[in-house]
Each structure stands twice: as C-alpha cells, then as structure tokens.
Design a protein around this ligand. Structure first.
Ligand SMILES: Nc1nc2c(ncn2[C@@H]2O[C@H](COP(=O)(O)OP(=O)(O)OP(=O)(O)O)[C@@H](O)[C@H]2O)c(=O)[nH]1
Ligand SMILES: [Mg+2]
Ligand SMILES: [Zn+2]
Length: 348
C-alpha cells in the first residue's frame, strides 16, 4: 500500500493500528467521499471509484469521511475503521432518526455571515456539536465586506468560549481566505458547516477545492430517473481535504449533553450557587442565575440558549434511544418469527 497518498487524504496511525498485519494483502483501504442514494464514492490511493451502497455498507452505515477496508475483487466492505470523530444530528423534520453529517473531521469551520444571518445562538449550537465530538471549532464570519460592525461581531463570538478562534473575511477573496490554510494542510480534514447561503461553497472554491471533486455526478435512483447530486469531499490546494455540506435549515442536537454543559460551564457554575439544588431559575428565592442576569454578570440570551439546547438534546437523545430500542425489538420479533417458521418446517 502506498501510504503517502493515503496520509495526504487523512489516513492516520489511529486507523493504521486497527489493521491486522496480513489484512491489507487482498484488501484495499479507501475513504468515503460522497454518499448517494444507490452508490458510495470512495477515494483510494489509485483515485476515485464507486461501489453500490449495499457493498460499501456491508460493515455498517457509512458517513462521508469514513475509512473502509474493502475486498480487492468484490469491493465489499470488510471493516469500517473506528472513527476518530463523528458528527451527527437528529434528522430534519418530524421523523426521529440520527443523520450522519461527517466522520473523522479534524477542524470544523462554523460558517456564519456578518449580515442578517448572524446569530450567536446558532453558532452556539455548532460549538456544542464540535465540543461533544472532539472536533476543533473555528468560527468563520463571511461577508465581512458587507458589514460595518465586523469588529463588534467578532468580539461577541469570541466571548462564547475562552480561546475560541474567529476569522472574518470576504469569502470570495482567495487572499483573505488564505488565513484558513493552516488548518487545511496535507493530512488534515476540515468540514464546512452553516446555514444555506452563508458562503460555504464560495470558501471551498477560494481554498482551491479540487475541480474534479466539485463536479456533479449522475446516477440511477432505481426508478430509472436520473438524480444529480453534488460530491462532497474535496482535495484542497494546501494539501488537505474538505467536506462541504449542504446548508442546514435546522441543526437539532442529540446526545450532546457534555458538549452543551462544557460550552456553558460558566452558566453551570453560577447555577450551582442557587440556594435550592432543584432551583427552576424562574424567580425562585435565592436564585443565583436571576441575580447574575440582573447584575449583568450573565447575558440573559446566553442563559436562554443554554436551557433550550440542554432540553432539546435531552428530548432528541431520548427519542433516538427509544427508536434504537424499537429497532432492536423489531429485530427480535423478526428473528422469533423466523425461528418459529423453521421450527414448524422441521416438524413437518
Ligand atoms: N459579498 C460577499 N458575498 C459572498 C461572500 N460569501 C459568499 N457570498 C455570496 O453569497 C452567495 C451564496 O454563497 P454560497 O457559497 O453558494 O453559499 P453556501 O453556504 O454554499 O450555500 P448552500 O450551498 O445553499 O448551503 C453567493 O452569491 C456568493 O457569491 C462574501 O464574503 N461576501
Ligand atoms: Mg454550498
Ligand atoms: Zn436558580
């Protein structure tokens, strides 16, 4: 195996050590670069190739950024490498389902624009997800050319978390976008997250996202219709790879309690000083939160955001785990029906 090329696209000792010594003989290693309805696109040392979803997911559901070990001949997945990080959310809409966003990301660029889209609470959502998953967050404020309050907005974002990295720029200008390149070197994987229209694809282009990877591909969706979908893993000029995501209308957090409490550890610390440990922080006697808001020590917006995110992730985590239980029960039910059938056949 030619490791050089794999290392450039994010292969690391973390994955290498999961490989048994003789395992790479008749098998190939590749990274998932796009997930389409019926096909998975993979990037290996010999370039890009496609595999039907059933084969690629033979060792488990895959996300863009996942590493797979595949049989050289059949391209059936033998192993999905244990992930270093995984980003997922509750799928949009009423259905309760986890939706994988991306795997094995080193840096999350949280993209928000300096105009109407600017929203601190939305940035906090992404920050909680980054912290929970162990991904380094960098907030990128785009459309700096359209605002005269850039300095003020930057300061507001910097206050969301001590040491938080914030960059502001015109995403159309490759020279300005150059400040992001230190996170985009060979071996590094970055992901762009943010609402629709904030400039994620513009940033990708300015970072020199490989043209081949930005093209759209066509595939059959099984009903004979053609579906055109955009690829999502791009090679960058600086040597690393970037995962561009379609804009998210809503990022519903799930399984994010640690991320939320760590992001809001200042609020948690104040709440611990309330007179009653079960204080509802709604005008109760001796509520430290209320006094902190009154004195200006705590921003009310921040408290409301904390409470909302904590409740939301708890609700979604509960529904996701209920769903997992239901799936397991359904699996058991199917199994017992099959056993029963076999038993009857045997009796006959
Ligand atoms: N003036 C200005 N325009 C920008 C900037 N960044 C992006 N735009 C424009 O904003 C529009 C949307 O940019 P995109 O890069 O397509 O946004 P996106 O985040 O990829 O959107 P989705 O793919 O829908 O999620 C385009 O017309 C860009 O030219 C910027 O920094 N300054
Ligand atoms: Mg885009
Ligand atoms: Zn209280």
């Amino acid at each position: 195996m030619n490791d050089q090329e794999l290392f450039a696209i994010g292969w690391k000792p973390h994955f290498q050590q999961q490989l048994a010594p003789d395992e790479s003989q008749r098998a190939i290693v590749a990274r998932v670069s796009a997930h389409h309805r019926s096909q998975i696109l993979l990037l290996g040392e010999k370039g890009e190739f496609r595999v039907p979803v059933q084969l690629a997911e033979a060792a488990g559901e895959v996300a863009v950024g996942d590493w797979l070990l595949l049989d050289e001949e059949s391209h059936r997945a033998i192993q999905r490498f244990e992930r270093q990080t995984l980003l997922y959310r509750k799928a949009a809409g009423t259905e309760v389902k986890p939706q994988l966003i991306a795997a094995n990301i080193d840096t999350m660029f949280i993209v928000s624009s300096c105009n109407e889209d600017f929203n601190l609470s939305r940035i906090e959502r992404y920050l909680a997800l980054a912290i929970e998953s162990g991904t380094q967050p960098v907030v990128v404020l785009t459309k700096a050319d359209l605002s005269d309050r850039v300095g003020d907005l930057r300061r507001q974002v910097e206050q969301l978390r001590p040491g938080l990295l914030v960059e502001s720029l015109d995403a159309r200008d490759p020279r300005q976008v150059g400040v992001l390149e230190s996170w985009c070197r060979a071996g590094q994987t970055v992901a762009l997250l943010g609402s629709s229209g904030v400039g994620k694809s513009t940033l990708a282009n300015a970072l020199g996202a490989d043209g081949q990877a930005t093209g759209a591909i066509r595939e059959h969706d099984g009903k004979g219709r053609h579906v055109t979908t955009a690829r999502s893993l791009h090679l960058l000029r600086a040597g690393g790879v970037l995962i561009d995501n379609p804009g998210m209308r809503e990022l519903q957090l799930a399984d994010c309690e640690e991320g939320v409490t760590e992001l809001f550890d200042d609020v948690v610390r104040i709440a611990q000083q309330c007179r009653f440990h079960n204080c509802s922080h709604d005008g109760d006697d001796g509520c430290a939160i209320s006094s902190a808001i009154e004195s200006g020590e705590l921003d009310e917006r921040r408290f409301v955001s904390f409470r909302k995110l904590l409740a939301e992730q708890a609700h979604n985590s509960r529904s996701l785990s209920e769903r997992r239980d239901r799936d397991r029960q359904f699996g058991k039910l199917c199994k017992s029906i099959m056993t029963e059938k076999r038993r009857r056949r045997g009796e006959r």
